[in-house]
Design a protein around this ligand. Structure first.
Ligand SMILES: Cc1ncc(COP(=O)(O)O)c(C=O)c1O
Length: 441
């Protein structure tokens, strides 16, 4: 920018140079009281804890002193921290583009928009997942086609995808349930043969690997969740969408109503152009912007991701060791050559005939003994909304026998999140005790 800020390009980033009256692009400053509100939200008083208020008083004093001699943040949304996070994530994933957004669901939307998903198109997704996987297609009049699951992993079964693919299939969405990688090779083969876009729902799988490649980078797009229940979070909400395709050049636009804040503009005039798509049809993007505060949290958590996954893996290995061979119980597959789970969830299954009861009875007994009863994923077509949208849900259920059998009779998830080792031991004891009581073993 020139001395008077008139005749050079601006970078959108409020760099008004030494203009006497700068554009007040930053709104109200953050005061130390606001920071205290954040501290009080993030660190709550433990029942019966001593010294909490005194410690808070000291924090407040320090924050006040810090604010008096520090400078307020010059940017709270889409600033340098978001940029640094995206560079670190792209390097960690080994992909060309990563874009920090509001949540994984927004990343699915961005992928679908590049695929130009519209009325009468079909999207194949697994029967068992969270509803967010299916949120976008009905918004634009596209149809969700539910693929059955692999009974060993609860992930999308590529053979059923092959049976259900049609000329209208525009997108396939494999979901790495619990962080365990989907068998991607056959899905990519189908997609390549037919020019279908693959959007990986990697909501549970930041840091996992499939055949040595990071999960989320095998398909055309991958979208990760940093919601508070995931194994890594950005203060409760957040997502990353990544790609190796040239569409990544337009991620900034796709995130913020078509405006690319990283571009230079002339004389404060800017234009908005439609997103490019696989078909050439224009698409209008939404607003999925993320904050510097969320990015700072995620950068911090990324620094210990390896350790987070290591602890979860050790817990899953311990549970497998204890539960393997117990009549009526089936343990999940763990890591193998090139396959690395994030262990977001521990998948436990029962063999109803051997156990003498199905999962519902098992879960009920386990809850009575004090082990958290995790609500497990229902096949999406059982939700009322699909009937309301006119889907023949009985016919779909019939076409997904593994998902039906698993949901009603076989599978659940046990918690692996930061439990003390004694709690994991206790959980294993109670799972075994419950199985033995039911089977009379
Ligand atoms: C399998 C799956 N996909 C997608 C999502 C949505 O993630 P987000 O809340 O970041 O949009 C979730 C969230 O729990 C999920 O479990």
């Amino acid at each position: 920018m020139s001395e008077n800020g008139q005749d050079k390009k601006s970078d959108f980033r409020y760099a008004t140079g030494d203009a006497e009256v700068p554009w007040a692009a930053i709104g109200e400053h953050i005061w130390h009281e606001d920071l205290m509100g954040l501290v009080r939200l993030l660190v709550r008083e433990r029942d019966g804890a001593e010294g909490f208020e005194a410690a808070m008083g000291r924090v407040e004093e320090v924050l006040e002193a810090l604010c008096a001699c520090g400078r307020p943040a010059s940017k709270l949304s889409l600033g340098d921290t978001v940029k640094r996070l995206e560079e670190e994530v792209a390097s960690f994933l080994g992909c060309r583009y990563a874009c920090f957004i509001t949540n994984a669901t927004a990343g699915f939307q961005i992928g679908h928009q590049f695929a130009d998903l519209g009325p009468d198109d079909e999207v194949i997704l697994p029967a068992i997942t969270f509803i967010a996987t299916a949120a976008y297609p009905p918004l634009v009049g596209a149809k969700c086609v539910f693929a059955d699951v692999d009974p060993r992993t609860m992930n999308m079964d590529p053979e059923d995808v092959a049976r259900k693919v049609t000329d209208r299939t525009k997108v396939i969405m494999p979901v790495h349930i619990g962080g365990y990688p989907v068998e991607m090779d056959p899905i990519m083969e189908i997609a390549e043969e037919r020019g279908i876009i693959v959007i990986e729902d990697a909501a549970h799988a930041f840091g996992g690997k499939y055949k040595g490649k990071m999960i989320g980078t095998v398909g055309h797009f991958g979208s990760f969740s940093f919601h508070e229940v995931k194994n890594i979070t950005s203060f409760g909400e957040g997502g990353i969408v990544c790609t190796d395709t040239d569409f990544g050049e337009h991620f900034n636009q796709a995130r913020f109503c078509g405006v690319d804040m990283s571009q230079q503009i002339e004389n404060w005039l800017y234009d908005v152009v439609a997103l490019p798509t696989t078909t050439g049809n224009p698409q209008m993007p939404g607003n999925h912007s993320s904050t510097e505060i969320q990015a700072a949290c995620l950068l911090g958590q990324m620094g210990r991701l390896e350790e987070i996954i290591r602890i979860r893996r050790a817990r899953a290995e311990y549970l497998n060791e204890r539960l393997e061979g117990v009549p009526g119980l089936i343990t999940p597959p763990l890591d193998s050559e090139g396959i690395e789970s994030t262990f977001h969830l521990y998948l436990l299954q029962v063999e109803p005939e051997e156990l003498g009861a199905d999962i519902r009875v098992f879960k009920q007994r386990l809850t009575e003994k004090g082990v958290t009863n995790i609500p497990h994923f229902a096949p999406l077509y059982h939700f009322k909304i699909f009937e309301q949208l006119g889907y023949d849900t009985d016919a779909i259920a019939e076409s997904c026998p593994n998902a039906e059998e698993a949901f009603w009779h076989r599978f659940t998830h046990l918690p692996l999140y930061p439990l003390a080792h004694e709690q994991v031991e206790r959980m294993a004891d109670l799972v075994i005790e419950t199985a033995e009581e039911i089977s009379g073993g």
